[in-house]
Design a protein around this ligand. Structure first.
Ligand SMILES: Nc1ncnc2c1ncn2[C@@H]1O[C@H](COP(=O)(O)OP(=O)(O)O)[C@@H](O)[C@H]1O
Ligand SMILES: [Mg+2]
Length: 274
């Protein structure tokens, strides 16, 4: 009997979370070109917007996870709507089609960093990593100034195109101005974004790490970094005194980049002289 219930439940879920096919048109406006992702939060389509004659991305909410998803959908669309930054996709529209909730947003050219690191085996040196972190951190500073925490800064949620970074996926973002959280909790959420920036930097730095032994050692031993970069990482990862304001993170990144560029220039002039 239980098996039948399970089959019925799965069949109902499959119907509710139906994935539309290529060339179908959603809401009489968005013609599907490709399914970008069929994840646990929703289905992401690359579409052709018949109105504006432009590419865009359409996100379909999962209906089977109704309660949490309605909340996420409201948050994500409200937050995207209030943001205006070149490195964040703009919300185009929200709509219901065949009883399912969708929203459309600007298409951002590029590859997500997860694919760049693991499929394309892209490698970045320390200074390139810091420059990428600087770009991402200035997007985060913009968000925090608006009272928004992203909550999900990870390599699959950052796109890169010709060295320019964009931040996507506001599915777990929160607007602290409207979300009555206690002050301590707000600070905790802000610091979680900083922690994720630290984790993001570690992913980038490990792209050019060549494993010498099979034994796992902590990053402080495996990576040979400039002391300024180590200091930055330790504060981001809350090993040392955590940052409280995004501007301070940015200042330390800029300082680390400057010091590294100076020592690189110095090293190359020494090489030329000898
Ligand atoms: N606006 C966009 N422009 C280009 N690609 C996008 C856009 N939004 C999402 N994608 C692609 O779809 C993937 C999943 O999108 P995301 O919003 O992160 O969904 P999920 O909530 O399922 O993680 C991303 O990793 C990215 O490759
Ligand atoms: Mg994502």
């Amino acid at each position: 009997m239980e098996a039948i219930h399970w089959i019925i439940k799965k069949a109902r879920q499959a119907m509710m979370d139906h994935q539309y096919a290529i060339d179908q048109t959603l809401g009489q406006r968005y013609k599907i070109e490709k399914v970008l992702q069929n994840g646990s939060y929703g289905i992401i389509y690359l579409c052709w917007d018949l109105d504006s004659q432009q590419r865009c991305v359409v996100k379909q909410m999962r209906k089977s996870k109704k309660k949490e998803n309605v909340e996420n959908y409201k948050q994500e669309t409200a937050i995207l709507q209030m943001l205006d930054h070149l490195a964040i996709p703009k919300l185009i529209d929200t709509f219901v089609y065949q009883d399912k909730q969708f929203f459309s947003m600007e298409f951002i050219e590029g590859k997500n960093i997860e694919d760049a690191l693991f499929d394309s085996e892209q490698k970045y040196n320390e200074i390139e990593c810091l420059k990428m972190l600087k770009q991402l951190t200035s997007i985060i500073c913009y968000l925090h100034e608006k009272g928004v925490v992203h909550g999900d800064i990870r390599i699959p949620n950052v796109l890169v195109h010709h060295g320019k970074l964009c931040l996507i996926d506001f599915g777990l973002a929160l607007n602290l101005h409207t979300d009555n959280k206690a002050r301590e909790q707000q600070e905790h959420l802000v610091q979680e974004d900083f922690f994720d920036l630290g984790d993001f930097l570690l992913f980038l730095l490990y792209s050019s790490y060549d494993e010498e032994t099979k034994k796992d050692r902590p990053w402080t031993e495996e990576l040979s970094l400039d002391p300024k970069t180590t200091h930055l990482l330790k504060r981001l990862l809350q090993i040392d005194e955590p940052y409280r304001r995004c501007e301070d993170v940015l200042t330390d990144i800029v300082e680390a980049i400057t010091l590294l560029s100076e020592s690189e220039t110095h090293a190359s002039s020494v090489r030329v002289e000898s």
